[in-house]
Design a protein around this ligand. Structure first.
Ligand SMILES: Cc1cc2nc3c(=O)[nH]c(=O)nc-3n(C[C@H](O)[C@H](O)[C@H](O)COP(=O)(O)OP(=O)(O)OC[C@H]3O[C@@H](n4cnc5c(N)ncnc54)[C@H](O)[C@@H]3O)c2cc1C
Ligand SMILES: NC(=O)c1ccc[n+]([C@@H]2O[C@H](COP(=O)([O-])OP(=O)(O)OC[C@H]3O[C@@H](n4cnc5c(N)ncnc54)[C@H](OP(=O)(O)O)[C@@H]3O)[C@@H](O)[C@H]2O)c1
Length: 449
């Protein structure tokens, strides 16, 4: 089939940018990736030391590029996943198309040629250059702009307040009294790391956090029953059976499973499993409707390091932090905000001003296509599964985008796209409840894929 070849500009060289570049090239188009960091990897390049994924190589690697370790499923450390992405770039010869320390400031439509220009700032020299493309793919990541709350009296607090995006290692917190805010995966991981060294540690858990699932299950088992038994990653232990059941049976099944988990924990003596079961039961979460906090680090910290849970902060009074239940954490030295991220596309201000500030990617068809922009400016990396890994969702988007550009598929007409998008958004909001309002990218992995 002959079709027009497009020149495509890609913003970001994380997992999503790389897989889009690969598929653009695969279909014979040309592309360039602009990345403001010093290398590939996106959040996995900038995140804290000791960061470990909550999804295994089986569920996180791309479908056409194995790491050769399917029989030994495990969760990469961030640097190992970066190594995987590096090999993916080498295997697909992406290197020549990547530009680092280059920040995209603005996307603009050229009135004469109809092309799109990217205004790119070189972060070394400050020089701004323009680059022209037929199509743009935005892969700037859902976790690049910090969400930073503040409270009354915060100005009187003289300790450090750091967001998890700027947290690197637990060392600065050794011997300190630390208040951690937020109980998502950053919160859980960082609670596990800091509570080992802090003199005292509390964690603010506002409302429900995700349904807690430990990274690995206990006792260990094996893919091959004749081999040594190994830790079994929880993300492999999902199945489709609950899709055949009405969602309302979720709480009943979850209660039964929780009871079973607690019994098993008692028999095998796993305090952590027993505590996880209590926590999930108390907040009434289950894998049927809510998204997951897929690591148990904060639960271990509660059991082994005395981490205490607190409700929302009401105010700061000097070094004292006050909570909704009237309790106070006195002489606090440091606060770590594990309060997540918000999406932000400042470079789109001139194109879709209403979409650049605090965009709802649920208004995009398949979390990727703006109804007014179609295939001109597309988005990839903004479907985050409640359970399951994000990069394969980006791979699916990348393959679809490359097929659209090659004429093998066409987008539905605008009115159909709008209707489908509305229906899918409704389903996601119903399934993920409050979590969906804050985490705009949340999707159900199996339904999305
Ligand atoms: C600590 C941590 C652990 C995680 N662990 C998991 C996990 O176990 N499993 C999982 O599936 N997901 C995990 N995630 C989610 C994770 O964000 C995705 O897996 C993955 O990073 C998405 O890749 P991406 O390319 O879409 O976005 P990113 O990795 O965020 O990459 C976006 C890139 O775009 C660049 N960029 C942004 N704006 C511009 C601009 N204007 N100009 C130039 N470049 C720009 C950024 O510098 C960045 O490098 C984790 C996230 C965090 C923060
Ligand atoms: N090891 C890993 O794999 C790993 C590690 C870190 C991050 N991640 C991924 O990175 C992404 C971001 O994770 P994240 O944990 O940084 O963010 P997150 O999932 O958005 O969680 C943020 C947490 O902060 C809470 N919060 C927000 N504002 C608050 C406030 N004012 N007061 C009290 N609590 C507040 C939220 O509570 P509410 O729910 O009540 O709003 C939530 O518990 C996710 O995709 C996650 O899966 C993965």
């Amino acid at each position: 089939m002959t079709y027009k070849k497009f020149h495509v500009g890609i913003i970001g060289a994380g997992a999503s940018g790389l897989v889009n570049l690969k598929w653009i090239k695969e279909k014979g188009h040309s592309g360039e990736c602009w990345e403001m960091q010093t290398g590939i990897g996106g959040v996995y390049l900038s995140t804290y030391q000791q960061a470990q994924l909550t999804t295994t190589n089986l569920s996180t690697t791309f479908s056409d590029f194995s790491d050769g370790n399917e029989s030994n499923p495990r969760m990469y450390m961030a640097f190992e996943y970066r190594e995987y992405l590096k090999k993916y770039c080498e295997a697909n010869n992406l290197g020549p198309h990547l530009n680092f320390r280059k920040k995209v400031l603005k996307v603009e439509k050229c009135p004469d040629s109809g092309k799109w220009s990217l205004h790119v700032e070189c972060l070394e020299s400050g020089e701004v250059t323009k680059h022209y493309y037929d199509k743009i793919i935005v892969c700037s990541g859902a976790n690049t702009t910090k969400s930073v709350p503040c409270w009354p009296g915060q100005e009187t607090f003289k300790g450090s307040i750091v967001h998890s995006a700027d947290y690197d290692s637990p060392e600065p917190y050794r011997g300190k009294r630390v208040c951690l805010v937020g109980a998502g995966e950053s919160g859980s991981d960082i609670a596990g790391l800091i509570s080992n060294v802090a003199s005292s540690c509390v964690m603010v858990k506002r409302g429900k956090h995700g349904h807690v699932v430990s990274r690995y299950q206990f006792p260990p088992r094996s893919v091959d029953p004749y081999k040594d038994r190994r830790p079994w990653p929880s993300d492999i232990d999902t199945n489709r059976s609950h899709y055949t059941l009405p969602r309302w049976v979720g709480p009943t099944i979850a209660a039964a499973r929780g009871w079973g988990q607690k019994k098993k924990a008692g028999v095998i003596g796993s305090f952590v499993d027993a505590k996880i079961s209590d926590i999930n039961r108390l907040q009434n979460t289950h894998g049927f409707v809510i998204f997951g906090t897929k690591n148990e680090s904060f639960v271990k910290a509660m059991i082994y390091s005395g981490l205490e849970l607190k409700p929302s902060i009401t105010k700061f009074e000097g070094q004292n932090v006050h909570f909704e239940d009237g309790t106070v954490f006195e002489n606090c030295d440091a606060v770590v905000l594990n309060t997540g991220y918000r999406m932000f596309f400042p470079f789109l201000e001139g194109v879709v001003p209403e979409f650049c500030g605090c965009p709802d990617v649920r208004s995009l068809y398949k979390h990727s296509f703006h109804p007014d922009l179609g295939t001109d400016i597309m988005f990839s990396g903004f479907a985050r599964p409640g359970f399951g890994a994000l990069p394969p969702c980006s791979e699916m988007q990348a393959r679809y985008i490359s097929m659209l550009l090659s004429g093998e598929r066409t987008l539905p007409p605008k009115d159909v796209m709008l209707k489908l998008t509305e229906l899918e958004a409704e389903q996601e909001l119903w399934q993920f409840q409050n979590a969906a309002k804050r985490v705009k990218g949340l999707v159900d992995y199996l339904i999305y894929m």
